[in-house]
Every structure is written in structure tokens, then in C-alpha cells.
Design a protein around this ligand. Sequence first.
Ligand code: NAP
Length: 298
Amino acid sequence: MTQATIIDGKAFGARLREQIADEVARLKADHGLTPGLAVVLVGEDPASEIYVRNKGEQTRAAGMYSETHTLAADASEAEVLALVGRLNADPAIHGLLVQFPVPDHLSQARIVAAISPDKDVDGLTVTNAGRLSSGLPALTSCTPVGCMLLLKDALGDLTGKHAVVIGRSNLMGKPMAQLLLAADCTVTIAHSRSRDLPAICRQADILVAAVGRAEMVRGDWIKPGAAVIDVGITRFPSRDPERAAAGKTRIVGDVAFDEAKAVAGWITPVPGGVGPMTIACLLQNTLVAAKRLHGLEA
Ligand code: NAP
């Protein structure tokens, strides 16, 4: 039986980060400009803390300036908005993101609306979402951008392919669908109310799963030879009892990997597929935002 080609997002992401670091060095030397990224974390969600720490480390490793602002879980919305306002106005900061989810008493929509679209490196503001869907230059959500880079590297031209995206969030499913449409795919967006999801998925030349339900997509949902991009992350306790006792987790994707790789043509693993592309594309977005804010070609 033929097996799918495993798409190595870890290696691709590492190469992309090296290219970004080279460009940051040139930007510093030629223009005295150091791109800066600020990340705001509200509360103590352990998964968010890991993401935020990784973002800070990789930002510095690329030669950029990094700031992390941690607010207490009971911070008021006024405090969060005031911090966002200060960072919007700070000339050392070119990229600004608030790590979601935020505690329930805060409005994600109002926080996103407060972020300057020019610094919105998560691509969540209405301005950037509108620009993306209108075919104008936009800062676009990092994970979908990373998925597109992997797909184009694996498949080349995507014209005319039928892409099915499972999930319709503003962060993932919708921008993913827009990027596939812009690449001339025929796009279907599926979600929790879609009927007969396996039948929809079986039509896909490109299947992107962005749900957050471990191993929901089975091998017999996949068209032979399809490219399968697994975005989902569900955390389980580590298989090693000692590590589990210490609170360590392992992550599982939305796709039943062993079944799927026997059918698909290409597949991303979890971990090591889409995940490493996300931070690399965040750095890329910060670089682009810095250049645009300084009137340089991005
Ligand atoms: P989200 O906001 O919770 O959206 C999940 C989507 O899945 C929703 O549109 C939902 O449909 C749909 N869904 C839920 N149950 C379904 C079902 N049974 N059948 C079909 N669709 C179903 O999550 P998200 O932010 O988009 O993220 C999706 C997953 O990707 C999560 O696991 C997240 O952790 C992961 N993620 C990974 C990265 C990375 O770097 N690797 C980055 C971002 C996100 P409705 O709209 O109908 O509710």
C-alpha cells in the first residue's frame, strides 16, 4: 500500500524563520529598524502560557524586539483596552496580538476592535478580514497563511482543486477558505451543522481540518491522493505517567493519522505539521507590518 508523503512543517518553519532573521538583520543594517512584537496574555491558561512563551523566544531568536504583557485573570476590560491603546501608539511595536481565549468577563470582539489594523498580526480585525475577502493586501491570520505555504510547496499550483475546510472561525476556517479561493480553488466550508460531513470530505482534493476534535476525520473520509492539512489540537495527559503527574500533555490532531496516511497523497502530522508554521508566519506578519508602518515595500 502506498503511504502519503509527510509534510514536514517543522523543517519548513525553521527555514522560514532563518529567512526572516536574515531579512531582519538587513532591515536593521539598512534602515535602523528593529521589528517589534507585543503579546498580551490575560489570565493563566497553561496552553496560552506555553504559546506566549514560545512566541517571545522565537521573536527574539529572529532578532526582533519582543514584549509580553501579562494581566491578571480578573483584569477589567478597561485595563486591557488601555494597554492595547498604549501598544497601538508605541513606535517600537509593529505587531500586536492578544492571546485568545480571554476570560469570560472580557469581550473578545471589543478587544479585537481596539487593535490597530496596521499592527493586527493575527489578522482578526474587521479591516483585515475585509481586505482579505476583497483581494486587497491584508495582515492575514498566521495559521492559514502557514497552511497555504505548505500546500503550495507540496502541490504547486492549486488552481481548480476542490478544497474542503472544516471549521468556520474568524481565526482559522474563514481566512483559510479565503486564501484557497484566492488561489483559484473551489472551496467548501463545513461546520458543526453540515450534513454528512464524511461525504463532503470525500470530494476534497485538499482537506483542511480545523475543528479541535481529536481524530474526528477518519481514513475513509479521505479521497485517495488528497492533501490533508491537520490544524486541530486537542491536549491529553502525557502517556508517560510521571510526565502526566507533572501536568505534561501530548497533542492530538483532528485527523486519525495512521488511517489517513494510508489513503492521502500528502498529510501534515501533529505535532510537527501546521503548528511550527504558525509562529514563523507570525514573525513574517510582524516583519511586513514593520515595513509598511515605515513606508518600505513589504
Ligand atoms: P473554534 O473557534 O472552536 O472553531 C471550531 C470550528 O469547528 C467551528 O467552526 C465549529 O463549527 C467546527 N466544528 C465543531 N464541531 C464540529 C463537528 N462535529 N463537525 C464539523 N465541524 C465542527 O476553533 P479554531 O480557533 O478555529 O481552531 C480549530 C482547531 O485548530 C483547534 O483545535 C485549535 O486548537 C487549532 N489551532 C491550531 C493552530 C496551530 O498553530 N496548529 C492554530 C490555531 C488553531 P460551528 O462554527 O458550527 O460551531
